[in-house]
Design a protein around this ligand. Structure first.
Ligand SMILES: [Zn+2]
Length: 325
């Protein structure tokens, strides 16, 4: 008779950046139950002309979908959730995510005209779910997005700590701090393996805290006398809040430019973040504000050709005009 096994099977994201999709299985060889952790995409570059998005080949798990217990999502970056609306229709299983991630997932399915709510289970922060032989404990970490969760996945054969993405920020300014106590407890109980993902892990040194970034940005903005345009990843809600903070401190109104900046702003507000801030202006109203009284926060921080920043600096944005010398 075969023995029970605990398997880890990455379909994407291991040894590469992007398109994270990790599978775990538990059971005897002829009766294994599976879970999927994350379902992300990679954005293609110029080396693959005609292709915009790449996601993992789900064929392996499609063959086993009757034994699939659910998809668990660690956080809302596109390289972790970008493929759900593409792959899920072939799986039609339950999905588990914390509130902010769940909000953005719902938007993805709305675009595809799919009502995902009956399948989407919203997991409170730092709580547990049970999927067959897997007991999954969500652990709040810190990262460049709201609600990054590590997963402590316990099975009768031991515990795996699946970290998702993280950076240790002692002062993240928004959202929870890293749940050090819970991590210690998990460690004391014993971890069989840690599946860990953090960009630049091999570079020694420390990444700065968001609070240091906020202080520096304010110093720079205080001496500016013309319009200010800031670009950032839309999903970095702490950075967004820092820019709102700087606008208020420097007596400027703020205007959000770009679809994803507005989408993330609304999702964060809906989940109870970004409280007590200035009300952002629409671009058509921001045009009327004096140059030294307005700050724009735009998408396109990676120079995407259709991102708001690129269109503004090239003078082709329909509503935001800057004279670039
Ligand atoms: Zn991430």
């Amino acid at each position: 008779m075969s023995k029970e096994q605990l398997l880890f099977c990455p379909l994407g994201g291991s040894g590469e950046i992007g398109m994270n999709m990790n599978l775990y299985a538990y059971g005897k060889e002829d009766n294994q139950k599976w879970i999927v952790v994350d379902m992300g995409v990679t954005f293609a570059d110029d080396s693959i002309p005609g292709i915009d998005l790449i996601f993992p080949d789900p064929g392996f798990i499609l063959d086993k979908k009757d034994d699939l217990l659910g998809i668990v999502l660690t956080h809302a970056h596109e390289d972790h959730i970008g493929a759900v609306a593409h792959i899920w229709p072939s799986l039609k299983c339950k999905m588990y995510a914390t509130p902010f991630t769940a909000e953005l997932i719902q938007e993805k399915f709305k675009e595809k005209k799919i009502d995902i709510l009956p399948y989407l289970k919203i997991v409170p922060l730092n709580s547990k779910i049970k999927l067959g032989p897997f007991e999954i404990d969500f652990v709040t970490l810190t990262h460049s997005i709201l609600e990054p969760n590590g997963l402590s996945i316990s099975t009768p054969l031991g515990t795996i700590l699946h970290t998702g993405d993280w950076k240790i920020d002692p002062n993240p300014l928004i959202g929870g701090t890293i749940d050090e106590k819970k991590l210690k407890e998990i460690g004391e109980k014993g971890v069989e393996s840690m599946i860990c993902d953090s960009t630049n892990i091999f570079n020694p040194g420390r990444a700065g805290s968001e609070s240091d970034v906020r202080d520096s940005l304010l110093k720079i903005m205080e001496i500016k006398t013309q319009r200010i345009l800031v670009t950032s990843f839309a999903s970095n809600v702490a950075r967004m809040e820092s820019i709102f903070y700087c606008a208020k401190k420097t007596g400027r109104s703020i205007c959000l430019v770009g679809r994803s900046m507005n989408r993330i702003y609304k999702a964060a507000k809906k989940c109870g973040y970004l409280k007590g801030l200035l009300e952002p202006l629409e671009p058509r109203n921001a045009k009327k504000i004096a140059k030294n009284k307005i700050l724009y926060l735009a998408t396109g921080s990676q120079g995407e050709p259709m991102g708001a920043m690129n269109r503004i600096v090239n003078g082709i944005h329909p509503e935001v005009f800057f004279r670039v010398r």
